[in-house]
Design a protein around this ligand. Structure first.
Ligand SMILES: *C/C=C(C)/C=C/C=C(C)/C=C/C1=C(C)CCCC1(C)C
Length: 255
């Protein structure tokens, strides 16, 4: 019963938000593949959000924060995608500023998932939390300033890369990486490895997009938009599902 109520509330809230974004909708053309990719990711994010919020009650108590955060990420992305889709249909362009607004909230949250899943296993140093947060913010600020022309685009790219490399160090060789290996739980170690692969391979798509879009200019902007949309699908939705699988295997302390 409680679940049903939560489901209805979530659905109504998300629907009314999308209604606002929808108010002056131009119609989606059936050969507009960029527009279609915006739509697909929007709907998938909506479904994922409802799923994570409903599942929150099914995972062990110490895993609930991780699942809530997964739902927040896809919920924020859903709303943002409704606006991006709208902007695309009206102007035929995909404004960089929308992407960064989404990134500034969802990327630190995704990064902090490493801290939350480790915390579900037991005690973890709060330094891990701060290092992941600061690394992801440095990465985004560098990219933002460089892409929007506030600083030299190569300089901005370098700052962004430094932030990303720092994060990778932390989750592979730093305290977070070591803590995960010590857990001794097979499902957890596999899930943690998959999360790391997403941060390495899935996230590499964005700096590559930056290089092709800004530092050289021989890539089709529309192709790049579709690639970004597909990357978001993997990096937001699949990432959350991996955490959900880990949570269902119920490793860690029992309360
Ligand atoms: C859901 C959205 C996600 C996971 C976005 C991730 C974005 C990045 C990993 C961006 C990385 C960048 C660099 C590593 C260097 C240059 C600038 C950025 C911001 C494109």
């Amino acid at each position: 019963m409680k679940k049903l109520k939560l489901f209805t509330l979530t659905a109504v809230a998300l629907m009314s938000v999308s209604g606002v974004a929808n108010a002056e909708t131009a119609l989606l053309a059936s050969d507009d593949f960029v527009g279609i990719s915006f739509w697909l990711v929007s709907m998938a994010c909506l479904a994922a959000t409802v799923f994570f919020f409903l599942e929150r009650g099914s995972v062990p108590a110490n895993w609930r924060v991780s699942i809530t955060v997964a739902g927040l990420v896809t919920g924020i992305a859903f709303i943002n995608y409704m606006y991006m889709r709208e902007a695309w249909v009206m102007t035929g362009e995909s404004p960089t500023v929308y992407r960064y607004i989404d990134w500034f909230i969802t990327v630190p949250l995704l990064m902090l998932e490493f801290y939350f899943v480790l915390a579900a296993l037991g005690k973890v140093n709060s330094g891990v939390f701060w290092r992941l947060l600061i690394g992801s913010v440095v990465m985004l600020v560098g990219g933002f300033l460089g892409e929007l022309g506030y600083i030299n685009s190569i300089f901005g790219f370098s700052i962004g890369m430094a932030g990303w490399i720092y994060i990778l160090y932390e989750i592979f060789s730093g305290e977070a990486g070591k803590r995960a290996e010590k857990s001794g739980n097979k499902t957890f170690i596999t899930a943690f490895g998959a999360m790391r692969m997403i941060i390495t391979v899935g996230w590499a798509i964005y700096p590559l997009g930056y290089v092709f879009g800004y530092l050289t200019s021989d890539v089709d902007a529309n192709a790049l938009t579709v690639i970004y949309n597909a990357a978001d699908f993997l990096n937001k939705i699949a990432f959350g599902l991996i955490i959900w699988v880990a949570a269902m295997s119920n490793p860690g302390r029992s309360r």
